[in-house]
Write a protein that binds this ligand. Structure first.
Ligand code: A3P
Length: 290
């Protein structure tokens, strides 16, 4: 019926799939034309790679470890989404220096970024964990199609036939910016293993030094437990027509390696084969690359 089309209509833009409920060609064009400021900080990820975790860390660094901002303003207003019209409006209204979140692949990022001093923090995560996290997320996030079985969903994920397109294309595209002064990348697994050290590295990239006590406050307030208890960070304020939290929480497990509990050895091998094929060798033409 119409509502099916309305709620599960995906469209293509820049060779990438988007759910029509939140995004539109207009919002994506507005993102591309967005006037970036030199003091903007972009929190960029492929979805389910630790976006809201990094947002919490960046929010806390910005406030020198003081958790009041994180406890009083929802995360989607602290680091609004570049690719939605509402997010863009919020970004324009926010006080500088702004934090802006995005899942866009690099070829769809604001043109004005590339000549600016604005900073990008790119977080990557083991793609098998991204797949498992996205599989669960697709069951609670209404703008997404039901994922079906994990096996079928894995095929779609490996082909890039999911919102925001191919993980491989996203990561390879963004990591081509390595070596630029205003580009910093880190993994979800590093954040897990050494959050304090990761925050220190972030602080030096951001030229925002923190006292040891402030550093401790960032680490404490950005923990999975602290975020799960903070209504401004755990998405409990999301309306049910966006997030069906009866089927599970947004902050699901927050661990590395959960894929081992979900993928069969055969599925894991198949994943590895595609990974090797896609991640080794020269990057393919983005437009022909799935
Ligand atoms: P899981 O589904 O594996 O639990 P994103 O913000 O990009 O959508 O990513 C969501 C994933 O990051 C979820 O993974 C979520 O639990 C995890 N996450 C969020 N905050 C975290 C934290 N403080 N520590 C560890 N993992 C966190």
């Amino acid at each position: 019926g119409v509502s099916q089309v309305m709620s599960h209509g995906y469209f293509q833009h820049g060779g990438v799939t988007f759910p029509g409920l939140l995004y539109s060609p207009r919002s994506l064009e507005a993102a591309r034309e967005f006037p970036v400021e030199d003091d903007d900080v972009f929190n960029v990820t492929y979805q389910k790679s630790g976006t809201v975790w990094m947002l919490e860390i960046l929010s806390l660094i910005r406030q020198d470890g003081d958790p009041r901002w994180c406890r009083s303003v929802p995360n989607w207003d602290r680091g609004p989404w570049l690719e939605t019209l509402l997010g863009l409006r919020r970004a324009r209204a926010n006080a500088r220096p702004r934090i802006i979140s995005s899942h866009l692949p690099v070829h769809m990022f604001p043109k004005s970024f590339f000549g600016s001093k604005a900073k990008v923090i790119y977080t990557v995560r083991d793609p098998k964990d991204v797949l498992v996290s996205l599989f669960h997320f697709a069951r609670i996030f209404r703008p997404y199609r039901d994922p079906g079985s994990l096996g079928d969903f894995m095929d779609k994920f490996l082909q890039g036939d999911v919102p925001f397109g191919s993980w491989f294309q996203h990561v390879r595209g963004w990591l081509q910016l390595r070596g630029r002064e205003n580009f910093f990348w880190i993994s979800y697994e590093e954040l897990q293993q050494d959050l304090r050290g990761s925050v220190q590295r972030l602080c030096s990239f951001l030229c925002h030094p923190l006292s040891p006590a402030a550093l401790d406050a960032v680490v404490t307030n950005a923990s999975f437990a602290a975020m799960s208890h903070n209504p401004m960070s755990n998405f409990s304020l999301s309306p049910g027509f966006i997030l069906d939290q009866n089927r599970g929480p947004f902050l699901r497990k927050g661990i590395s390696g959960d894929w081992r509990n979900h993928l069969s050895p055969e599925q894991s091998r198949r994943f590895d084969l595609v990974y090797r094929e896609r991640m080794e060798g020269p990057p393919k033409n983005p437009s022909g690359d799935t």
